[in-house]
Design a binder for this molecule. Structure first.
Ligand code: S3P
Length: 207
């Protein structure tokens, strides 16, 4: 790309380079409920011209029932087994941008599949941002507790050391979605096209 290229042109070529470097691998978004995985994932997929897949929606379609109903009728372990199977299938059909449910990356088998079939992005969000966002929907079985804020705090503590193993970390905060998407694109480009671990594992998290 010549030095004189417009920013839009430069960005389009960055996106094309990412797609080429991905091959059949997917981009997988991990992180807590309310971190913005579906919102950012949908926009990121449009920028990369890849299909967008939401693992929670795919699980509901495969089970023929909603996530709260799966939890209530069959229990969480059954949901987790179905979640692992669905994510394995989605990864086999790549490339795509895949948003996973907040607990999916906690399973070793799923993490290792993601490691070999995808580039993972942890959308990291603070507890207050998460609380503000999850309050908008009442369909998360794990948050049907007497003190959802305490539950979120406990889940963050348990899960962050594992989310941290994602290839890339992006700080999901209250800024326009396109800014977070731009940061994902920059970090993916650095990770895939320059193989620079230095930039990719902290990008967006330190600003
Ligand atoms: C869960 C997160 C949910 C959904 C299920 C369990 C979790 O997905 O998979 O309710 O364990 O954190 P989102 O992260 O998309 O809300």
């Amino acid at each position: 790309m010549p030095e004189t290229a417009s920013p839009a042109g430069a960005s389009a070529s960055q996106e094309a380079e990412i797609s080429a470097a991905l091959g059949t691998r997917s981009v997988v978004l991990v992180g807590m409920m309310g971190a913005g995985k579906s919102t950012i994932g949908r926009r990121l997929s449009a920028r990369l011209r890849l299909p967008f897949l939401d693992a929670d929606i795919e699980i509901e379609a495969a089970a023929g029932m909603s996530i709260p109903d799966i939890f209530e009728t069959h229990g969480e372990p059954h949901f987790r087994d179905g979640e692992a199977r669905v994510i394995a299938r989605l990864l086999d059909g790549g490339p795509a941008v895949i948003a996973t449910g907040g607990g999916a990356f906690m399973r070793e088998e799923t993490r290792s599949r993601i490691g070999s079939r995808a580039v993972s992005i942890w959308l990291k969000a603070d507890a207050d941002v998460i609380m503000k966002r999850v309050k908008r929907r009442a369909d998360r079985p794990l948050l049907q507790t007497a003190d959802p804020a305490a539950t979120v705090g406990r889940l963050i503590e348990e899960r962050e050391p594992v989310y941290q193993r994602a290839d890339i970390t992006i700080w999901s905060r209250d800024v326009p979605h396109e800014k977070i998407v731009d940061e994902c694109i920059d970090a993916l480009h650095a990770w895939l096209c320059h193989n620079s671990t230095e930039t990719s594992n902290t990008m967006g998290a330190t600003q």
